[in-house]
Design a binder for this molecule. Structure first.
Ligand code: AMP
Length: 352
């Protein structure tokens, strides 16, 4: 058990790290953030900051010497660096979780082997592969880079064969995956926390609405169509967590379809679709992640309200902060980012 007063290392310095650091601080831990960017939303609320690249082994060695456990808020870190760190200090979740979740092909195969059903897909490593994949899967479809994609980045829709050249060009030569376009009624996610002893707690499944590939709102309770599919999706998420011996929060995203839940993707970390848990559940995803990586018992995921809605503040939405503060039911969270860019996650607001 890593007791309060010890230091938690967080790889990554964005808003997820910021909210993890706040939860850690309220439980009496110190946080040391390592990330390469100049502006670090997590660094602003941490006891210590190291500005270094995730592949800088000398910096990682110095970092490891100052922390009692390492976690991450971001999955696109070379697993060789994670394994290097893990030889010196406890790292949760482990490199296996990261390795599967950072590659869309690996995660689909992994989930399928456990009985999950992703959209029909094919690996695409060349322009010729793309033609074969289109012939086999049909259109419409979506081409995605296997690695480093998020919030709809690294994705190109293919509606007609004539779109294939542009879609392949958008991958910039990176290995990709073609996915059949799924007809769904809703999107939802399963967010769970798994402790070092294998105990698993699951929050209520939120209904997630995306706009232009970016999460817009998460709402609990989800509509009946989602509630009906939640048990099967949750059972799959538990199998995935156990199979990876995952410690910490794990998120699986799904499409609710006429044939049941279709797996979309997973994240081996706290997730935007569970920000509502800060006020909407007894223990938030951030608190339970800290509890899990420190080997503490997990907190209750019970709801604190009849219904909860979380809305992201993207780009210029952040300028509405004064209006939102005037709404006495709104809980406003701003991430302290100075540069406003279209689609950039600047904050979120939660209504109970
Ligand atoms: P992703 O980054 O893969 O989660 O994609 C972002 C969003 O794009 C998803 O949440 C969906 O709204 C949409 N999307 C991605 N892939 C598909 C698909 N195969 N079929 C339908 N919608 C998709």
């Amino acid at each position: 058990m890593i007791e309060p007063g010890k230091t938690i290392g967080i790889l990554g310095g964005g808003q997820l790290g910021r909210m993890l650091a706040l939860a850690a601080a309220s439980m009496g831990y110190r946080v040391h953030v390592l990330a390469p960017e100049d502006e670090l939303p997590a660094g602003d609320v941490a006891a210590a900051v190291t500005r270094a690249g995730y592949g800088d082994l000398a910096a990682l060695d110095r970092f490891a010497a100052t922390v009692d456990v390492v976690t991450f808020e971001f999955e696109n870190i070379d697993t060789a660096a994670i394994r290097h760190l893990a030889r010196q200090v406890r790292v949760h979740p482990g490199a296996d979780s990261l390795e599967v979740a950072q590659d869309r092909l690996a995660e689909k195969r992994f989930v399928e082997a456990l009985g999950g059903r992703p959209a029909d897909y094919r690996a695409v490593d060349s322009r010729a592969d793309l033609d074969v994949a289109i012939a086999e899967i049909g259109l419409p479809a979506v081409l995605k880079t296997r690695r480093m994609g998020y919030d709809g980045k690294g994705q190109a829709r293919i509606l007609a064969p004539g779109d294939a050249d542009a879609a392949w060009a958008a991958m910039r030569g990176q290995p990709a995956i073609l996915e059949a376009w799924v007809t769904f009624s809703h999107e939802f996610s399963v967010v769970l926390a798994r402790g070092a002893d294998g105990e698993v707690v699951v929050w209520d499944v939120p209904h997630n609405s995306h706009v232009a590939g970016i999460l817009d709102t998460s709402t609990v309770p989800a509509p009946p169509e989602v509630i009906a599919q939640a048990p099967a999706a949750t059972a799959l998420a538990r199998l995935v967590a156990d199979a990876l011996d995952h410690v910490g929060v794990l998120t699986l995203e799904f499409f609710a379809t006429a044939e049941g839940p279709r797996f979309n993707e997973m994240a081996p970390r706290v997730h935007n679709s569970a920000h509502w848990t800060i006020e909407g559940a007894r223990a938030s995803q951030f608190e339970n992640h800290i509890r899990a990586v420190c080997g503490l018992p997990l907190g209750s995921t019970e709801l604190t309200a009849w219904s909860v809605t979380m809305k992201n503040l993207l780009g210029d939405d952040v300028h509405d902060w004064a209006t939102l503060l005037a709404d006495r039911r709104a809980h406003l969270h701003l991430y302290g980012k100075s540069e406003v860019k279209p689609g950039r996650k600047m904050g979120h607001v939660t209504w109970l």
